[in-house]
Design a protein around this ligand. Structure first.
Ligand SMILES: Cc1ncc(COP(=O)(O)O)c(C=O)c1O
Ligand SMILES: [Zn+2]
Length: 369
């Protein structure tokens, strides 16, 4: 596998495998390598995300840290009379889709022989990184905003991580960890390109589960966009390999309480709009300054999709309704379902095959019931 880390702005290659950000312009590096899909072999492999082995840039199998995660069920059901396919990513080992990224990122960390990592998170990514680090015998410290759900903090602690609570916003937590990143490797789910090499497997699984065909649109909650951009990369890989003919429309949903990207979309701005974070039940996407904001706006436009905001009331209502239908998700995840409701209001947007996902498990929201 020829794998290169390249700065998307000045096109320079990374000077060192452990450097995740361009020393000249500060942009997070992107990974370049050719993902391959030997479909007959893939079909015979175990039902987990590592079945796409030739598309995941980890050189040696011995470095893989895995709990056989992934290949979650894709269930079809009706919302307001329309068929919607929903990936069950709340069924991952740590209870959220972040395990996709953490499995690949911590495998990469292990391949470099690193023994200690720091990470900052609103909760779920911290739990995931803690779980994989523990399996790999890597020490882990997770920085979280003081206001993070107690369930997530306890989960990460139980999984062996040291927890550092930072007063103030998610942004202040990110600042605090950057100061610490001089002492330990920063296993960032936001900056480190290997994390998105894991989240991209969501696109592979959807296409395989739909008989190697792309759906028409994908409806996703968006905060930092590690899910949306990962999925875009995944579809791009499938397009290059000529498995699909077109990337589905990517439709990103934010809460009205924190919508720098949806506001930018509405105002036709190519940069995120600065917003003041209001209290929200969707803590996982309460990101006022998304690092990859410009890229998210560009990618959504390229696919013919769009971004929109939903109210806190509609998130809570959809959360309760979905739980009663047997889909017990965390509040952040219900943002996507509040979004589906809005998307389906438009007849043209309701046609074809629409896919969404449940990003996190309901038990993560203990304390909000
Ligand atoms: C449950 C849940 N859903 C969705 C997201 C959104 O992910 P991203 O920040 O990558 O857009 C997060 C991020 O923490 C999350 O915890
Ligand atoms: Zn650069």
């Amino acid at each position: 596998m020829l794998i290169r880390m390249i700065c998307p702005t000045c096109k320079k290659a990374s000077p060192d495998p452990a450097v995740y950000r361009c020393p000249d312009c500060g942009e997070p590096f992107e990974l370049e390598f050719e993902a391959r899909f030997p479909i007959e072999k893939i079909r015979q492999r175990k039902a987990n995300l590592w079945r796409y082995r030739e598309a995941i840039p980890i050189e040696a199998d011995k470095d893989i840290v895995s709990f056989e995660e992934g290949f979650t069920p894709l269930l079809k059901f009706d919302i307001k009379g329309y068929p919607i396919w929903v990936k069950q990513d709340h069924l991952f080992p740590s209870g959220s889709y972040k395990d996709r990224g953490a499995s690949v990122l911590i495998s990469y960390v292990r391949s470099m022989g690193i023994k200690s990592v720091v990470e900052d998170s609103s909760g779920n990514a911290g739990c995931s990184i803690a779980m994989y680090a523990s399996a790999a015998g890597i020490e882990c410290e997770v920085f979280v905003p003081q206001v993070t759900s107690p369930a997530k903090m306890e989960q990460a602690r139980m999984l062996g991580a040291r927890i550092r609570k930072i007063p103030g916003s998610r942004q202040e937590t990110a600042q605090a960890v950057l100061e610490e990143a001089n002492h330990a490797y920063y296993a960032s789910h936001v900056y480190n390109p290997y994390f998105m090499q894991g989240t991209k497997t969501l696109a592979y699984e959807i296409v395989e589960q739909m008989d190697w065909k792309a759906p028409d649109r994908l409806i996703l909650p968006v905060g930092n966009g590690t899910l949306l951009l990962g999925v875009y990369n995944g579809f791009k890989d499938l397009l290059r390999a000529e498995i699909i003919a077109e990337i589905p429309k990517l439709i990103g949903i934010q809460t009205e309480s924190c919508n720098p990207l949806a506001s930018a979309w509405e105002q036709k701005s190519v940069k995120p709009i600065s917003v003041v974070l209001q209290p929200t039940v969707a803590e996982g996407i309460a990101i006022a300054q998304p690092v990859h904001g410009e890229r998210i706006l560009k990618v959504v436009k390229e696919t013919g999709g769009y971004l929109l905001s939903v109210t806190e009331e509609s998130i809570l209502r959809n959360w309760r309704e979905m739980a009663k239908k047997g889909f017990f998700m965390e509040l952040t995840s219900a943002t996507a379902f509040a979004g589906i409701e809005r998307v389906l209001e438009n007849e043209a947007d309701a046609k074809g095959r629409t896919v969404s996902l449940i990003t996190g498990h309901g038990l993560k929201s203990v304390g909000h019931f």
